[in-house]
Design a protein around this ligand. Structure first.
Ligand code: MG
Ligand code: MG
Length: 640
């Protein structure tokens, strides 16, 4: 094909997000899409004439790119066949009134439908003839559960034989990939005969295709399907039409339309960037953005708190072996250090940190990540729709590039190649006599555990995986005595970036309680890595550190599960250390008792490449934490 469009045209089906029709349009427009797919149900529910729908959509600066669905059309015997054409004419009337020129016809699932490629092709040739007279084009989509046509290769053969200028193919990544059809087969289809492309991802779940499609689709990059391979094949055909999201997802229907629409747009930009990188010879209307950032770990974690609570937090850090190493040159920010770990305590009484304190109480307001190139990371995040933030810096101080994270907290980026590497030297004055920072052997941040409502987990997943070079580990269910918590880790190959996302379905769980008490602060616990768990535990105990006590039953069960000897078990129990093994290696972890703020700390040691987070221990740890709170199930569970 020649003269390909230079700008990416994006679209989203109105069914993908929550709200009434106007709310949906407002959210879609704000997220930056070119247009929409209009679902007939949305139109029927709307209290205006078709022509008003057209005007309303245009008022939001959007186009109606597709009208859908038109069902149960091809392969019907008489009298159903004539009736289907009559139905089609009525849809064409509607489309002419609202100003839409492309209709999606999905493959027939009716029991009355007859098979046969030629029969279907004849039906489409006639439909194309009738549509053409009305200035309308017809796109044929193979549903994964279609009665006779359930494969895009057969749908393409129907379109090819119909041989009509107004009949083309509609591809939907879910229908192709859910049936494990090789997306490479798309490469041989002429791009100008593909009228529209719908994109959706989904988690790998073995279930009925229809149910899977209607409840579990999600944005490209949020699931497990090879949507990038699908889109590479589409791009290779020369297709240059819109890319549209058609997502049926229970969480999205209950979520914020603005957030979900923004996630969708981010996913399309990220997807096209991946395609552009993997198909360098194809000229694509894709945004030219820097690559995903390589993350080398956490440079600092900043707490916001009040003057009074700061003393308690500082006292606790001191017990954990941290040293007050520096003081900010102009702000009320203290740097506490142990080896490679920097914890900042911010007690400013104005500005971002203070407003975060007013909203969430003592909480983590800022996380700084080490990346290969901070400026490029910010640019990529900006192109993916993140809000970049410039915080005022005093004369001669550094302005650390930042974006706003999903929950509103700040995520900053620091690299070795700029002045940012000299942060501690430029912005902080060393505390006289601070001396040695080796503490009790805590070396670095192993992981940050963030907690959110379950419906926000995919938003967080996409946020991290689209901006940073990281993978996602499949979700696991953690049983809390108060309900289920879904947990997923975002981590990179080097293991230097590890974030666990915990999605709470109700506030009776410890995670839900945390969200409730902190009004949505994200970081619930911080895990530090050490090289010798017993030495560190002993040093901590000597400093007055109180570990979260585990039940004796836990150790009995542990011994039985892994065949551990008594001496080893009793050593674990002495220090309340939890233990786990996987195919690679072994894992030790223990927790602080909860402090007055909602955040707690974990200390871990990974041996021989253990790559998990002790998920098997989580229910016992959570029970122990609940016991630790006032010695009884905590009050939120009973609604107090
Ligand atoms: Mg579809
Ligand atoms: Mg943890």
């Amino acid at each position: 094909m020649t003269d390909r469009s230079d700008t990416l045209r994006t679209s989203i089906a109105t069914v993908s997000i929550a709200g009434d029709f106007r709310e949906k349009l407002a959210a879609i427009s704000r997220a930056g899409y070119t247009g929409i797919e209009i679902f007939e149900q949305d139109f029927i529910a709307f209290d205006g004439a078709p022509v008003d729908v057209g005007w309303l959509v245009a008022d939001y600066g959007l186009e109606i790119m597709l009208f859908q669905p038109f069902r149960d059309f091809e392969g019907l015997p008489e009298p159903y066949r004539s009736r289907a054409f009559d139905r089609a004419e009525r849809k064409f009337d509607l489309m002419n009134s609202m100003g839409c020129d492309l209709v999606l016809v999905c493959s027939n699932i009716a029991a009355a439908a007859l098979g046969g490629i030629d029969r279907a092709a004849d039906d489409f040739a006639e439909l194309g003839e009738r549509a053409g007279k009305r200035g309308i084009r017809v796109g044929f989509e193979a549903l994964a559960w279609g009665r006779h046509i359930n494969d895009h290769r057969d749908a393409w053969e129907v379109v090819r034989r119909a041989d009509h200028s107004h009949v083309g193919l509609i591809l939907d990544s879910f229908h192709t990939l859910s049936r494990d059809i090789d997306p490479q087969t798309i490469r041989s289809i002429p791009g100008d005969k593909i009228f529209f492309v719908q994109l959706a991802d989904a988690p790998k779940i073995d279930m009925d295709l229809f149910y899977w499609s209607r409840h579990f689709r999600n944005m490209p990059g949020e699931g497990d399907l090879p949507v990038v391979d699908f889109m590479r094949a589409v791009a290779a055909t020369g297709y240059d039409g819109p890319l549209s999201l058609e997502i049926f997802n229970d969480q999205f229907r209950g979520g914020s339309p603005v957030e979900i629409a923004r996630d969708g747009h981010r996913s399309l930009m990220g997807l096209m960037d991946d395609v552009r990188r993997s198909e360098p010879d194809i000229r694509l209307p894709a945004p030219d953005m820097p690559p995903r950032a390589q993350c080398g770990g956490v440079e600092f974690v900043e707490f916001t708190t009040s003057e009074e609570e700061a003393a308690e937090l500082a006292g606790f850090l001191s017990v954990m072996g941290f040293t007050h190493a520096g003081t900010h040159v102009s702000k009320q920010v203290a740097q506490w250090r142990q080896n490679d770990i920097n914890i900042l305590i911010n007690t400013e009484e104005s500005g971002f940190a203070h407003s975060a304190y007013q909203t969430h109480g003592t909480s983590v307001c800022d996380i700084a990540l080490r990346v290969d190139d901070a400026a490029q990371t910010i640019e990529r995040a900006r192109m993916l729709g993140a809000e970049t933030v410039t915080t005022p810096a005093g004369e001669g101080e550094l302005s650390i590039p930042a974006i706003r994270g999903v929950g509103g907290g700040m995520v900053r980026f620091i690299d070795a190649g700029s002045d940012l590497a000299r942060l501690w030297e430029i912005d902080f004055v060393p505390v006289a006599g601070a001396g040695d920072v080796s503490g009790v052997g805590l070396r670095r941040v192993d992981h940050l555990a963030q907690t959110m409502k379950y419906e926000e987990m995919l938003t967080w997943t996409l946020f991290y995986t689209s901006i940073l070079d990281t993978g996602k580990v499949p979700m696991v269910d953690v049983v809390d005595p108060g309900g289920l918590v879904r947990s997923r880790a975002i981590q990179n190959d080097s293991g230097e970036l590890r974030v666990t996302l915990n999605g709470a379905e109700n506030q009776n769980t410890l995670a839900g309680h945390f969200i409730d008490r902190t009004f949505g602060a994200a970081v619930q616990h911080i895990a530090f890595a050490c090289d010798d768990i017993f030495a560190t535990a002993e040093a901590l105990a000597a400093r007055g550190f109180e570990a979260l006590a585990m039940s004796a039953n836990y150790y009995d069960d542990l011994g039985a599960r892994f065949g551990l000897d008594e001496a080893f078990l009793s050593r674990l129990q002495t220090f309340s250390i939890l233990y786990d093994e996987d195919a690679q290696g072994r894992f030790f972890q223990f927790y602080s008792r909860r402090r007055s703020s909602e955040i707690f700390f974990e200390i871990v040691q990974r041996l021989d490449g253990y790559d998990g987070y002790g998920a098997a221990n989580a229910p016992f740890r959570i029970s122990a934490q609940k016991r630790d709170l006032n010695g009884s199930p905590f009050t939120a569970a009973t609604g107090n």
